[in-house]
Design a protein around this ligand. Structure first.
Ligand SMILES: Cc1cc2nc3c(=O)[nH]c(=O)nc-3n(C[C@H](O)[C@H](O)[C@H](O)COP(=O)(O)OP(=O)(O)OC[C@H]3O[C@@H](n4cnc5c(N)ncnc54)[C@H](O)[C@@H]3O)c2cc1C
Length: 423
């Protein structure tokens, strides 16, 4: 449903412009189009293959189910029923093995490990089938936030105007910069080597994380006798492993994984990701709302990144729906203020938790190692604490957005943001 009040010389008008078609952007575009808002997705054609996998946890599963995408996506992934942590350090203070079982909190699984290619393909198909969604295969070149609308200039020369710009344009977000939102960013002395591998012993849907002196070494189930690996080590060690021949790397992974999955055979497509973090000062400002990696960058520990990204989209949908229902401005201060308050708590608490976990693991400082070991010791002994950690790990205790509680999307028959200021 496009706002037809534009003239040929004026930019084409939309309620919502989503910039970036990673998983967060595609989900946002589908959600806002289904809300009944005129929506445009500005994104270049996808570049290259992404062999990574993503562990999607309960709230994300519920959201994809509500959007009618979960069946297609889950068919390509493996359920995550148990998460096991093994202290693989050689330190004085070592933690006992801890197992978090989804059955202990009444769930069949915490979620599922999904190949990114499968998730992106399902989202791309759903976005393509959305009649009220306009897609423009171009880069955003400039964004001018305005009093009533933001104006977007694209690499194909097109100009668009939108009440709300959803910045899903990744960690270096040009939209975030145009809105003048400052960030705090940092890096870790670590890189993640990422690949998938075959093995001879069944994983039984158990994800295993070895905590080592250089970071976690995590093996996450895929369908059949396959798993994905995130191996966090010093950058020079990641480079060394990356350069090994297939049989040498397979043997090295089997050794580091204590042969619990039997003989390992690595698949092609190794990747290295330097580890870093970022949080913005605000999550919404000047008609721009940040979602996904434009709103937070995490090291790949604890499966937080995209789960939090989908929570951004669902929380923004709640804020927008509340205002649009009353015919208000979907990109105005009321929406952005409510969204910012919601995301500050969720994103900052998770950033602190992941940072603390990683730093206590890396630390040579004995009390920090003790804190890490003692936390895991308590989790292994105290069922109540373990259950609380599991519930908090898969979703925050704060009220979840509607889309993650199995709530249906509200839709609007009327164009919600047309008001006197449009004339
Ligand atoms: C090794 C690894 C493992 C991970 N595992 C997990 C996991 O198990 N669970 C989990 O929840 N998360 C995980 N994550 C995090 C997750 O992958 C990210 O949170 C997610 O991919 C971010 O998606 P996004 O859509 O926000 O950003 P991106 O996928 O980066 O998409 C941004 C898009 O914006 C586009 N763009 C940029 N500039 C412009 C412009 N000017 N105009 C138009 N478009 C533009 C880009 O082309 C890109 O397509 C992992 C990350 C890594 C690195």
């Amino acid at each position: 449903m496009t706002d037809t009040s534009a003239t040929p010389t004026e930019p084409e008008r939309f309620d919502v412009a989503v910039v970036g078609a990673g998983p967060a952007g595609m989900t946002a575009a589908i959600v806002f189009a289904r809300l009944g808002l005129s929506t445009v997705l500005v994104a270049p054609e996808p570049a290259g293959r992404d062999a990574r996998t993503t562990a999607l946890l309960a709230g994300s599963v519920e959201m994809l189910r509500t959007l009618g995408l979960w069946d297609a996506v889950s068919a390509e992934g493996a359920p995550l029923k148990v998460m096991r942590i093994i202290d693989g350090t050689r330190r004085l203070i070592r933690a006992p093995l801890v197992e978090f079982s989804s059955a202990e909190i009444g769930l069949e699984a915490f979620g599922a490990n999904i190949p990114n290619e499968a998730l992106n393909a399902a989202l791309r198909a759903a976005a393509g089938a959305e009649k009220s969604l306009t897609q423009v295969p171009a880069f955003l070149e400039a964004l001018e936030p305005g009093e009533v609308r933001a104006t977007l200039t694209l690499s194909n020369g097109q100009r668009l105007a939108a009440r709300l710009v959803v910045a899903a344009d990744g960690r270096n977000s040009p939209c975030r910069a145009a809105a003048g939102i400052e960030v705090r960013s940092w890096s870790y002395p670590q890189s993640a080597l990422v690949l998938n591998f075959g093995h001879t012993v069944a994983h039984r849907f158990v994800s295993t994380e070895f905590h080592t002196e250089t970071g976690p070494f995590t093996m996450v189930p895929l369908p059949g006798l396959r798993s994905s690996l995130v191996c966090i080590v010093r950058p020079e060690e990641a480079e060394r492993l990356y350069g090994l021949a297939d049989d040498e790397l397979s043997a090295e992974i089997e050794r580091r994984g204590q042969s619990i999955l039997g003989k390992v055979t690595v698949e092609p497509d190794r990747q290295i990701y330097p580890m870093s973090g970022m949080v913005p000062k605000a999550f919404g400002r000047a008609r721009v709302a940040l979602v996904g990696e434009a709103a937070h960058v995490f090291p790949p520990i604890g499966a937080q990144g995209l789960n939090l990204g989908l929570r951004d989209v669902a929380a923004l949908a709640d804020a927008v729906a509340g205002v649009a229902r009353l015919g208000g401005d979907v990109g105005g201060p009321e929406v952005l203020g409510a969204y910012d308050r919601n995301r500050q708590v969720d994103v900052r608490s998770r950033t602190t938790a992941v940072d603390l976990l990683n730093r206590t693991l890396l630390s040579d400082f004995l009390p920090a190692q003790g804190l890490h070991g003692f936390g895991l010791y308590l989790a292994s002994r105290l069922g109540g604490l373990r259950r609380m950690m599991m519930r908090e790990g898969i979703a925050p205790t704060m009220r979840l957005p509607k889309l993650m509680r199995g709530g249906k999307l509200d839709t609007f028959d009327l164009h919600p943001s047309r008001d006197a200021s449009d004339n």
